[in-house]
Design a protein around this ligand. Structure first.
Ligand code: KG4
Ligand code: ZN
Length: 366
């Protein structure tokens, strides 16, 4: 089966053609980074407009690179949630138009499910992953919009369970905000990662970003405030050793909490395999330390290649192929949503909601 995947949920316009076994035939990503860089973050209206400009050329480039015609495609998969509404609509309208014109099945894909299954993608020219991915696994998904730990028993939404997520900022968002504060540019992750390599993580004392030591939830806003205070007191560092030490200290705190909570989740759930996903999984320290600490605990850590971690349409095509194989067809009833369809146990800003609250008895005035 050859599935055309389309992704426009945030700031990448992407299209790919992938088989149901995860073989990537073509994979095209048009990044909008330069459009949003002057603002230090994604501007939703600019994102929608840029997707409109690029969606058609990106889809046709994916077909051309695969050496295929539209008529060779067996089905279409498109990101329908979560994401920016205007941005999602561009991809969904394109996918719907193609599905009707070609009379081919169409499935909507949850972007987060795409990230969680991206580890199964096989890119031509890249060696097979070692250790090999297989179900079940615990996934750490850390990107600019999401940071959560999941138990993944299989490819279907009902087999994926959130174990804990961030109460406030996503890890990538924290990187981007700190980079903006330090005047480093956008996106902040790769810049801070590079500077941190040359710094001493113990030279500057910063708070540990723990929502609570025993829970699997995250909170990065305290650490962000901590860095902001440090800058208020000490001034913004120039391009010197202090800047590198500050980046190293920030990165050490973020990576420590991501690694220790993910490995704890694997241990407490009796799952000896961990998979990293999302843009922050490109972080060099996160990749290295999770493998090292996993090995000490007898937990295999599967680290996908960079291009599978950041936003792409190949993961959407692969996740969609699994839905198409199960006989789904969303033609005529595909709607978009800014929210994921994966049940949340952590609510932003409010902490855990593992057990629904008992409604208070209403008191009648007498
Ligand atoms: O998954 P992604 O490409 O897009 C979504 O947010 O869905 O992730 C982008 C995020 C940005 O916040 C970026 O700063 C972060 O991933 N990122 C990194 C690194 N490379 C990208 N964060 C830390 N270290 C990196 N090397
Ligand atoms: Zn993403």
């Amino acid at each position: 089966m050859r599935v055309l995947g389309i992704e426009t949920s945030c700031d990448e316009t992407a299209a790919a053609i992938v088989t149901e076994n995860g073989e990537v035939i073509s994979d095209v990503v048009h990044s909008q980074v330069s459009v949003h860089a002057p603002y230090g973050g994604v501007v939703p209206e600019l994102a929608s407009r840029d997707h409109m400009r690029n969606i058609r050329p990106v889809v046709y480039t994916a077909l051309e690179k695969a050496g295929l015609q539209l008529s060779d495609i067996d089905g279409i998969a498109v990101t329908a949630r979560p994401g920016l509404s205007g941005a999602l609509l561009v991809g969904v309208q394109m996918a719907q138009g193609l599905a009707w014109a070609l009379d081919k099945p169409l499935v909507g894909v949850d972007h987060l499910v795409g990230h969680l299954l991206a580890v199964f993608l096989k890119h031509p020219g890249l060696p097979p992953l070692e250790p090999q991915p297989a179900f079940p696994f615990v996934a750490m998904l850390a990107s600019g919009g999401h940071t959560a730990i999941y138990s993944v028993q299989g490819p279907n939404i009902e087999q994926i369970q959130e174990l804990g997520a961030t109460r406030d900022d996503a890890a990538g968002e924290a990187y981007d905000k700190i980079a903006k504060l330090l005047g480093l540019g956008y996106p902040g992750g790769p810049i801070i990662d590079k500077l941190a390599k040359e710094g001493d993580p113990d030279a500057i004392e910063l708070s540990k970003p723990m929502a609570s030591k025993s829970s699997l939830e995250f909170s990065f806003s305290g650490l962000k405030t901590n860095v902001a205070r440090w800058v208020e007191v000490n001034g913004r560092p120039g391009d010197d050793a202090t800047l590198r030490n500050l980046c190293a200290a920030f990165q050490r705190r973020v990576v420590d909490t991501l690694v220790s909570k993910t490995l704890r989740a694997a241990r407490t759930n009796g799952i000896a395999r961990v998979v990293l996903g999302g843009g922050v999984a490109a972080n060099s320290e996160l990749r290295r330390r999770s493998v090292e600490r996993g090995a000490k605990l007898g937990i295999e850590v599967v680290v996908p290649p960079f291009r599978s971690c950041t936003d792409n349409a190949a993961m959407i095509a692969y996740a969609g192929a699994q839905r198409l194989l199960a006989g789904h067809d969303d033609r005529g009833r595909l709607t978009i949503s800014p929210h994921t369809s994966l049940p949340r146990v952590t609510k932003k800003g409010k902490g855990a909601r593992l057990h629904p609250r008992t409604p208070r008895a209403s008191v009648k005035a007498s």
